[in-house]
Write a protein that binds this ligand. Structure first.
Ligand code: AVI
Length: 352
């Protein structure tokens, strides 16, 4: 369940180039000044996020919002996960993008506005930026202001002709890009990593609809979608032998403690990730190791020994199933690229 977006959640950041904020056009030959980078976040309100946590813990089957996995430490742990041998997703998607970069760039076309959802370290966007013809601007959207500042500084330095317009916001909520209102360039969204799998199915459709609204008619969406496969491979990917995924999962509690003053004891929980074959998804849980009480905002939550808290789902699709979802959300699938083992897909959709 999601709470209504507050006005503050709807927007936004300041342009990197001091000129960009004054102009309605995103086309500027002037290089943005890296020194002027300023991430002015009016992101999700602390209270809204806390309410989401409270609502999740109050459910009969407890759950916590997976977006809170990504504080500074969580983002660093996720970057480590992406390097793991067992975690095939990142390297497979990167290889697919590299091998097909020219074709992807041709489909996207020239002089587009690129919008990246959950930009993180902004590493995969470089494959596009290296191949696209004259992209006009890049709008990375992320919940972490620190990471936006770090990654947009690097992107602005590496691509001096590109206008970089970071937005610190919760992209699971409706967004209004007011400073793009009068820009006529074609908008192309980029949503890599199979993060679409972290939405429940009904949420995924709603999210895609919102992307479609934001990019408008004939807009594009380049999206990474993880595919159904041998459950053994999936189990290994989410239960790595180095225990990084376990740390990543437990760090969610540390993040909630530091942000909302709760008193989760990390040594009283254990990581668990299982593939639910019927639902086609990985379910990541934190299992309570004892009967215990946790306090948050003066509310006590009782947990029994062995009781699970759902912290993330990661849906795996087959190609037909994803095409049906995309169609329902108002997209047509133009092109699908996969690796030879059909582990992962990168798909180019166009809004109808
Ligand atoms: C970000 N997301 C696509 C990752 C996934 O695979 O669902 C998050 C993750 N959770 C555990 N490992 C990685």
């Amino acid at each position: 369940m999601r709470l209504t977006a507050s006005a503050a959640q709807r927007i936004l950041l300041r342009c990197l180039s001091s000129e960009a904020g004054k102009s309605n056009s995103l086309r500027s030959p002037a290089a943005p000044s890296v020194a002027s980078i300023h991430v002015e976040a009016i992101g999700p309100q602390l209270d809204d996020l806390r309410d989401e946590v409270l609502l999740g813990l109050a459910k009969p089957a407890k759950e916590l919002p997976c977006k809170l996995l990504y504080d500074r430490r969580g983002s660093a742990l996720f970057d480590q996960i992406c390097q793991l041998d067992e975690y095939y997703l990142t390297r497979t998607e990167t290889a697919i993008m590299q091998q097909n970069a020219a074709e992807i760039a041709a489909l996207i076309g020239e002089r587009c506005v690129l919008i990246e959802y959950g930009s993180g370290s902004s590493s995969k966007i470089r494959i596009l930026l290296d191949h696209l013809r004259e992209p006009l601007s890049y709008l990375p959207i992320d919940l972490s202001k620190d990471q936006l500042l770090q990654s947009t500084t690097a992107i602005a330095a590496a691509y001096p002709r590109l206008k970089v317009l970071p937005l610190c916001a919760d992209y699971t909520q409706p967004l209004v890009l007011t400073h793009l209102a009068e820009v006529v360039a074609r908008r192309v969204a980029f949503f890599p990593g199979s993060t679409i799998g972290n939405f429940h199915l009904h949420e995924a459709e709603g999210f895609l609809r919102r992307v479609r609204e934001l990019i408008g008619r004939q807009g594009g969406l380049l999206i990474g979608v993880d595919l159904k496969k041998d459950p053994g491979l999936l189990h290994a990917a989410y239960n790595d032998s180095a225990g990084i995924t376990a740390e990543f999962n437990l760090n969610l509690l540390a993040h909630i403690n530091s942000r909302f003053g709760s008193d989760f004891r990390l040594d009283q929980f254990a990581h668990q990730a299982q593939y639910n074959e019927r639902l086609g998804r990985i379910e990541m849980h934190l299992i309570s190791l004892a009967d215990q009480v946790v306090r948050l905002a003066d509310i006590k939550f009782r947990l029994e020994a062995a009781e699970p808290i759902l912290t993330e789902v990661s849906y795996k699709y087959d190609l037909d199933q994803f095409a049906t979802l995309a169609t329902r959300a108002g997209f047509g699938v133009q092109r699908v690229w996969t690796d030879s083992a059909q582990l992962f897909s990168v798909q180019y959709l166009e809004s109808r």
